[in-house]
Design a protein around this ligand. Structure first.
Ligand SMILES: Nc1ncnc2c1ncn2[C@@H]1O[C@H](COP(=O)(O)OP(=O)(O)O)[C@@H](O)[C@H]1O
Ligand SMILES: [Mg+2]
Length: 241
């Protein structure tokens, strides 16, 4: 086990976004999180990475990291991407990844080689000097992943990584995620609400609804349970199935 959430709760005022969550992440697995819009999926990432305060414990390598500062959590080895690419639009691909390397504490030694290695890994070498604002959505997502990888994470959190991509780009991106997992040995937690991709990608899947864990298990089994079918066919869930 590499990460453990123990009774994690997060409230926005009187509204409970995450309620007494308990789950473990195994080293080197691809763990999926799915559930309707507003279920609390992104909030889990925000609490794990220290951008929102929570209560309970988050054990990473057996140390409680809950409510540490985001850069401290990143330095320990947890990196994330966002659903909408968050880049410095007037900086080049290289410079964007350099910011990541800096945030992750890689700045001291062999910075240039880490940046180039990750640029190459996500297949962006040809775009090294291109400004982020001139990139396609796929390329922006590649930069965001390379930036996260440049922090040398043990765990990578991906928030709806394929949203907005066309079909062939989706295939490329799913392969990239698998390559990060297999070749770099990085544990992955991925939020995705399209079931066919979750089933393809993940070793285990957790369904979240109203800030609560509904079920965890092998994706194919989980998606066939009555409670999960009810959630996805319930009001507002039609476009998620
Ligand atoms: N900054 C915030 N202030 C108040 N409520 C928020 C904030 N961020 C998210 N929420 C609410 O918390 C719930 C969970 O949000 P989120 O984690 O973004 O859902 P998901 O990623 O599963 O779609 C939603 O009801 C959302 O409206
Ligand atoms: Mg979200």
């Amino acid at each position: 086990m590499i990460l453990k959430l123990d009774n994690v709760t997060m409230k926005f005022g009187a509204f409970t976004a995450l309620s007494h969550l308990n789950f473990d992440i195994e080293e080197k697995e691809i763990f999926g999180i799915a559930g309707p819009n507003g279920a609390g999926k992104t909030t889990i990432f925000n609490v794990i990475t220290g951008t929102l305060p929570g209560t309970g414990k988050i054990l990473f390598d057996d140390q409680n990291i809950i409510n540490l500062k985001p850069y401290q959590i990143c330095n320990r080895g947890i990196a994330r991407t966002f659903q909408t690419p968050q880049l410095f639009s007037t900086l080049s691909v290289y410079q964007n990844i350099k910011v990541g390397a800096h945030f992750g504490g890689q700045i001291k030694e062999n910075q240039d080689s880490v940046i180039k290695e990750m640029m190459d890994f996500v297949c962006l070498k040809a775009k090294e000097t291109e400004l982020a604002e001139n990139l396609t959505l796929l390329e922006k997502k590649q930069v965001m992943v390379a930036t996260a990888l440049a922090t040398k994470p043990k765990i990578l959190l991906l928030d709806e990584p394929i949203s907005g991509l066309g079909e062939s780009d989706v295939d490329f991106f799913l392969e990239l995620i698998q390559k990060i997992n297999r070749e770099l040995g990085i544990t992955i937690i991925v939020i995705e609400h399209l079931m066919k991709f979750i089933i393809q990608l993940c070793d285990r899947l957790m369904i979240l609804d109203n800030g609560e864990k509904v079920i965890i298990g092998p994706p194919l089994e989980v998606t066939k349970t009555k409670e999960v079918i009810d959630i996805y066919l319930g009001s507002g869930g039609e476009d998620n199935a």
